[in-house]
Ligand binder design. Structure first.
Ligand code: PEP
Ligand code: MG
Length: 846
């Protein structure tokens, strides 16, 4: 006789159903009924491993005649399906999963099996178990008891139909983690009674369970793709309506006010911040988050023990992430909080849970099962086409790491003790969760990948050194000392070196405090030449910090970073508000607002990514708006509005030819008209960035009709030296102090019309030791990271322009960068950290 298995979220419900069925078919000669219901700890839920075990028992009791499985809702079905996978094809071949409602199906199955019918017959009768009730209550309803083909946008939802809607993906980066998390949240509202599945009609991927963030995100749903959402259950219609609404809103792209909130986010200065910044060096014991946390080599207890260990870690990690989301919301605004919320959604992912369950049943420990599942999921993201979506693999690994630490009892990132954290990469989530009072510095061995994390850490007063591959395996507790300015790291230093570092730190503290005391004073060299030191800013908070540091305005407002978290383009009003606030923070000094600098290494969430063979030599900066200038026109209109009442400069990036300048001026005039002006606003000055060697060498032709130029030495070096600025392996070729680069700086200063100010806003400007050299080459305005402003000012005040010019002449005669650095008394490989932290901030829109 065949057996029956009951799969339910609730043990009580299953037992009651079995008792009721036994009453309908009393006597000892009924089929064996096995139950897999509820979770170990008495909570509601289903567990594939327990279902597999019940089926196995039923199969044996039936003498391998067959097993009919009846399930209640949602994940009960998914668990039963997974159980069949776990049991393998031989056993699965003797099992039928019944679409019948649990109670009616069970009663019919028990009666039918008792009369000796085979599996096929029992299954057919059970499937019709709802027939009598349907006939009684819905005599005119033609819908049968089994799910039908989806009815796209179907207007009716009976309990047995699968309804569906088509959804268009409108966000520029498709359905990446954050919008996908909103879709999951929407499906979770109606689960488990109503099941939602989603497929990508454009790419053919799916269907996937809408409760699984990892699976939804890997549908590779890109802008313009069409999805089909199918729902079955009592709230199918409701959930499809909500999803339609959500899709219309680009799956919940940031509300417009988010743009302003983010730009206004206050840099967290608790326990560090301003006071802790500017040292660029640290000494302390190594703190490790990993201690090679790969989850392997950990012996497994019983399946039940490992399951409890894993669930407990998941629960704790979820609670911690909720706290961190709250903290991030307070300190950095909604977009940062959403990073943690997306991590928490990942931890609740039923697909991950199923995979882990399967691995546990196979005998893996909770640590191994979790680590392997996380890695397999991250690998899915790794192979996605959209670079923005691909980066989300990092989120999966970060969320996974948190749980793994709890499983193996390793300390959380927030409770590491005092010292220098050595990690592979510094993601924004980790950067915000670090306690600057305890973590004196961070060293990463992958440089440049997650610039926003570095920027957050530095703004919180934590010095960061990136790309130190050699420290990858340094054990926890080892003493390490590093200096970010000279890029020197000492592992296990002797007494002498340690003392030298302590002295260096003391010296930096004194130097900083001294420079801070005089930071408000303007800069005039000892021979009476006035110079300006301004700041590069990427948010209103940084602008305020820059003002505190004595910056004489902003030499560069990186607007693509200011609005880098917005998935939807900020409106003219929103931009005008933010630019106005930045200008007010630095008034009466001017602020140089750079127009969207996109392309290459700078994706902008609200602009589609152009796929190019060579993005750094492609549609970057101003070039990106030649065919469709709408976003640029909006931005220029906002800038013109602000310039009606504040001193504003507009800077156009990546200008190469005169026709670029003409285009920029044409668009600017059009935007000024839109802003309601008669010609350009009186307080507006117009400038271009000099970042391309061709522009440096042809600057006199380019600057006709302009008011200023600003040298972007980061890009100018990368193009002059043909070395990707983000590639740590090319350090030997990418030193901006190569005399060839210095000659381009000199050519720019000599080529502009007499009296035109020449700024320099690349990372070089933040190295106090180079300030004199740059001034000597003819740069009249340096724009540095806010923390470096006081020292740069101090160095310029301390020297004479005659002396600076002499140094510059000698540097131009040097054969290479090393000789220039030797001339300046610097370490040959010195680099400023800003060249890394200035990289795009796009990685946090999740
Ligand atoms: C530069 O290229 O030097 C510059 C200041 O611009 P960014 O670093 O933002 O490309
Ligand atoms: Mg640049």
């Amino acid at each position: 006789m065949i057996s029956v298995v009951v799969v339910s979220h609730s043990r009580a419900l299953a037992d009651a159903a079995v008792a009721l069925a036994a009453q309908m078919a009393p006597g000892p000669d009924g089929p064996r009924v096995e139950v897999a219901a509820g979770l170990d700890d008495g909570t509601l839920g289903t567990d594939a491993a327990a279902v597999a075990a019940a089926i196995q028992r039923g199969d044996e009791a039936s003498g391998h005649e067959g097993v009919l499985v009846l399930m209640d809702l949602g994940s009960a079905v998914l668990s039963a399906e997974l159980a069949l996978e776990l049991l393998g094809p031989e056993v699965a071949g003797r099992v039928r999963l019944s679409p019948a409602p649990l109670l009616e199906g069970l009663v019919v199955a028990v009666v039918s099996a008792r009369s000796g019918r085979d599996l096929g017959e029992v299954a057919a009768e059970a499937a019709g178990g709802l027939g009598p009730k349907t006939a009684h209550l819905l005599p005119d309803d033609g819908a049968g008891p089994c799910p039908e083909e989806p009815s796209v946008a179907g207007p009716t939802t009976s309990p047995h139909r699968v309804d569906a809607v088509e959804l268009e993906v409108r966000g520029p980066h498709g359905l990446h983690a954050r919008p996908a998390a909103r879709l999951v949240a929407c499906a979770a509202e109606v689960a488990p009674q109503t099941i939602v599945r989603v497929r990508n009609l454009t790419s053919g991927r799916g269907p996937v369970d809408a409760l699984s963030l990892s699976r939804v995100a890997t549908l590779d749903a890109r802008q313009g793709h069409l999805l089909l959402a199918e729902a079955s259950g009592p709230r199918a219609r409701e959930v499809l309506e909500s999803l339609t609404e959500l899709a219309r809103d680009g799956f919940g792209d940031l509300p417009r006010s988010g743009a302003v909130a983010e730009a206004a986010a206050v840099v967290d200065t608790t326990g560090g911040g301003v006071a802790g910044s500017g040292l660029d060096a640290a000494v302390g014991p190594v703190l490790r988050l990993d201690a090679r946390l790969d989850g392997h080599g950990i012996p497994a207890g019983s399946v039940a023990e490992e399951r409890v260990r894993w669930r407990e870690a998941l629960r704790e990690a979820g609670e911690r992430l909720d706290q961190l989301a709250e903290q991030a919301r307070r300190q950095l605004g909604d977009p940062a909080a959403e990073v943690f919320e997306a991590h928490a959604t990942l931890l609740r992912d039923p697909e991950l849970a199923r995979d882990v369950s399967r691995r546990l049943v196979e005998g893996q420990s909770a640590a191994t099962a979790w680590a392997e599942t996380v890695e397999a999921t991250a690998a899915w993201f790794d192979q996605l086409a959209d670079p923005y979506q691909r980066e989300r693999a990092h989120d999966v690994r970060a969320a996974g790491e948190r749980v793994l630490r709890l499983i193996v009892g390793a300390p959380e990132p927030e409770s590491l003790g005092e010292g220098i954290l050595v990690v592979e990469e510094l993601d924004p989530g980790l950067a915000i969760s670090l306690d600057p009072r305890a973590v004196r510095g961070v060293i990463t061995w992958h440089g440049g990948e997650t610039g926003h994390g570095v920027l957050i850490a530095v703004s919180r007063g934590v010095p960061v050194l990136t790309g130190e591959e050699a420290l990858r395996d340094v054990p926890a507790g080892t003493t390490v000392a590093f200096d970010g300015r000279s890029r020197t790291v000492e592992v296990d230093p002797g007494e002498e070196v340690l003392t030298a570092f302590e002295e260096l730190l003391d010296h930096r503290r004194r130097e900083r405090d001294l420079a801070l005391e005089t930071s408000a004073t303007p800069v005039v060299t000892t021979d009476g030449v006035p110079l300006r030191v301004r700041a590069n800013v990427s948010s209103l908070a940084m602008a305020r910090l820059a003002a505190q540091m004595g910056a004489q305005g902003a030499g560069l407002v990186r607007t693509e970073a200011v609005f880098g978290h917005c998935l939807q383009a900020p409106s003219v009003d929103e931009q005008a508000q933010v630019y106005g606030e930045i200008a007010a923070a630095l008034a009466p000094h001017p602020v140089a607002i750079r127009t969207w600098d996109v392309g290459g290494d700078k994706p902008l969430p609200f602009m589609p990514t152009v796929v190019e063979a060579n993005p750094f030599l492609g549609t970057r900066g101003l070039r990106a708006f030649v065919h469709d200038p709408r976003l640029l026109l909006d931005q220029l209109e906002a800038i013109c509005r602000v310039a009606a009442h504040a001193e504003v400069q507009v800077l156009f990036p990546m200008v190469t030819t005169r026709s670029d300048v003409d285009l920029a001026l044409t668009l600017l005039r059009e935007a000024a008209t839109r802003a309601g002006g008669d010609g350009l606003p009186p307080l507006l000055e117009v400038g271009i960035m000099i970042e391309v060697p061709a522009a440096a060498l042809n600057v006199s032709a380019l600057t006709e009709g302009l008011d200023l130029v600003s040298i972007g030495s980061n890009d100018l070096s990368q193009y002059a030296l043909a070395a990707d600025r983000g590639n740590g392996d090319l350090a030997a070729w990418s030193d901006p102090l190569e005399p060839a680069v210095l000659r381009l700086v000199r050519a720019t200063c000599e080529g502009v019309p007499a009296g035109m100010p020449v700024g320099l806003c690349g990372a070089l400007a933040g190295e106090p030791g180079l300030a004199g050299l740059l001034a000597g080459l003819g740069v009249s305005q340096l724009s540095a990271v806010p923390a470096a402003v006081p020292l740069v000012k101090e160095r310029l005040r301390a020297g004479s322009m005659a002396g600076f010019r002499e140094i510059a002449e000698r540097a131009l005669d040097c054969p290479d960068a090393a000789s220039v650095r030797a001339l300046l008394g610097q370490h040959a490989d010195a680099r400023r950290r800003e060249s890394v932290s200035a990289r795009p901030a796009g990685g946090t829109a999740r």
